[in-house]
Design a protein around this ligand. Structure first.
Ligand code: 23J
Ligand code: MN
Length: 262
């Protein structure tokens, strides 16, 4: 089939609903869970604020609009390579310079929901990914890989979502060897349903925060706080994860979309 015929077919099937758009973003607002770095970092990213400018009142008689306090790394969001020191020298590593063709790609959904329910510190390894590939097929170059943990079901409660105690946050994520394996497959990026791309306990790994350290070292992207991955097949969906074109931005909230055959 020609590319133009494929695209016409896609358009027609979007209109009939045979291809469904699944919303993989959570809601952005004052209740959105926000990362809290340890106190040794003086500054932190703020809680989201939505301030009214007007709503059909004396400040705007026939229009409603708001202004926001919104960190780049808030809610369902995109990590660009410049976010981490290992990615700092990529000229195309910012939200306004990255190759936007890359962010629309097939997605591999690795279901770790059962393991994560049993153990909030569950770590996905390269061996797990290889076993997943044996069952579902190989992960291809340029594709997204996302870890389904159903962590979005906790997003209504920040404490439940961050799941921290005296020993720090407890949430699932990848091991360093998992991220290295995925990068050897030349993926475009890695996504998590938790607050960031790394596990809660990833600060103690070698290297610390391997998803951040290794993905961005290789000019790859991260996705955090993804929602509704339970509505996606293991393979076959296409993910659209476009960051705002923030000037020299290191990341951005996104409306993550998945195209899924019904
Ligand atoms: C800043 C510093 C450390 C981390 C993060 C941000 C994130 O997880 C993020 O949102 O990219 S670990
Ligand atoms: Mn981030």
């Amino acid at each position: 089939m020609s590319a133009s015929a494929t695209l016409a077919d896609l358009g027609a099937k979007l209109l009939t609903g045979e291809i469904e758009v699944v919303d993989c973003s959570g809601r952005l607002g004052p209740d959105t869970p926000i990362l809290q770095l340890p106190e040794d970092f003086a500054k932190n990213t703020p809680k989201i604020e939505i301030h009214k400018i007007s709503e059909y009142d004396s400040d705007g008689p026939f229009f409603a609009w708001n202004w926001l306090v919104l960190g780049e790394h808030s809610g369902t969001h995109f990590d660009a390579p410049h976010h981490w020191i290992t990615g700092k020298d990529y000229e195309d590593g910012y939200t306004d310079t990255l190759n936007i063709q890359r962010v629309v790609a097939p997605v591999n959904v690795i279901d770790c929901s059962k393991e994560s329910a049993e153990n909030p510190d569950f770590l996905l390894t390269a061996d797990h990914v290889k076993a997943w590939e044996a069952e579902h097929g190989e992960i291809g170059e340029g594709e997204w890989v996302v870890m389904r943990t159903d962590w979005d079901k906790r997003a209504h409660d920040e404490a439940l979502f961050l799941n921290a105690d005296e020993t720090g946050p407890h949430s699932p994520g990848p091991t360093p060897d998992c991220v290295e394996y995925l990068l050897s497959k030349k993926i475009v990026g890695w996504g998590s349903q938790c607050i960031g791309t790394d596990a809660g306990q990833a600060g103690g790994m070698t290297p610390p925060f391997p998803a951040h350290n290794l993905l961005h070292r290789d000019n790859c992207f991260g996705l955090a706080s993804l929602a509704n991955l339970d509505k996606l097949p293991a393979k076959g969906a296409i993910m659209v994860c476009a960051p705002l074109k923030i000037a020299r931005g290191t990341g951005s909230p996104i409306r993550a979309l998945a195209l899924v055959a019904k």
